[in-house]
Ligand binder design. Structure first.
Ligand code: COA
Length: 248
């Protein structure tokens, strides 16, 4: 039963864990580089076929290292408003500008970046944003036109304060919606709440190494989970006194 359940979870996340987006992304990065676009290491296109990167002037596009790009992403380094000028004034007016993405950026779904824009290092660009002017390093920016809503430090602190309650809510939703007990494999992103660095080997069915990437060794050495085990975590999530009752 347990094996069948693990296998069905594996099938559910197979594409996400092993490709095909990884290989499509690698091919797309190779294609961009072959056209002359500067693309750093660790750049991931979650759905390369939905991406539009303006290759009319490839030398104007630069993407740094570790940029994670979601579905329906567009970079435009030009427009052709001159079509109107041509009809109205008989003049051809060129229009183009650099787009530069720094290092360590997360781009949500459906984001467009227009010509002349730089995004600094360590930024998050929210879903649906149209970025029309520079975004400074260490910022979270959202909207149309995209505006900075907070610093990455503030956002990190806020996420840290909310994530345990979100993990509890997820556990409860599994029991409520599926009528079954949550399994350790369900918590492929939430495991830091119950897997300390020295207990990583006790959870072979979790994709811990893959999820943590470069942070894996640091996690193994330093991470102290607030709960000693998965069972303690679940007991807290379902505690009649409220989910925080058993939290340390
Ligand atoms: C940027 C992001 C991470 C912020 O999420 P969040 O922590 O829930 O943000 P908050 O709810 O605290 O929002 C703060 C403010 O920004 C606004 N906001 C948040 N995301 C926004 C967005 N994408 N577009 C416009 N406004 C947005 C909120 O309305 C809120 O405004 P208010 O202070 O006036 O009420 C999130 O919006 C986002 O875009 N996530 C990426 C989703 C995605 O692409 N997932 C793909 C996974 S494969």
């Amino acid at each position: 039963m347990r094996t069948r359940y693990s296998y069905s979870l594996y099938l559910r996340f197979k594409d996400w864990l092993t490709g095909p987006f990884h290989s499509a992304s690698t091919r797309y990065v190779r294609h961009l580089r072959s056209k002359g676009v500067k693309v750093g290491d660790g750049v991931v296109f979650r759905d390369a076929k939905s991406v539009t990167i303006d290759l009319t002037r490839p030398s104007l596009v630069e993407i740094g290292n570790n940029v994670d790009i979601n579905v329906n992403f567009t970079i435009m380094t030009h427009d052709f408003v001159s079509s109107v000028f041509l009809n109205r004034y008989n003049e051809l007016i060129n229009s183009s500008g650099r787009v530069k993405l720094g290092n360590n950026i997360y781009i949500g779904r459906d984001v467009t970046i227009l010509k002349g824009v730089s995004i600094g290092d360590n930024c998050i660009i929210g879903l649906g944003s149209v970025v029309t002017s520079d975004i400074p390093s260490d910022s979270v920016a959202v909207g149309t036109p995209a505006q900075v809503i907070c610093s990455i430090d503030d956002y990190f602190s806020r996420r840290k304060s909310l994530c345990l309650e979100e993990a509890f809510e997820y556990a409860r939703s599994i029991r409520q919606n599926f009528g079954r007990e949550p399994q350790v494999e369900d918590f492929w992103e939430e495991f830091p709440h119950f897997v300390s660095g020295n207990k990583v080997d006790c959870y072979p069915t979790l994709p811990i190494k893959r999820q943590l990437g470069k942070a894996y060794n640091h996690y193994r050495k330093h991470h102290k989970a607030p709960f000693d085990s998965f069972e303690d975590f679940l007991a807290a999530a379902f505690s009649p006194k409220g989910p925080k009752a058993l939290d340390k």
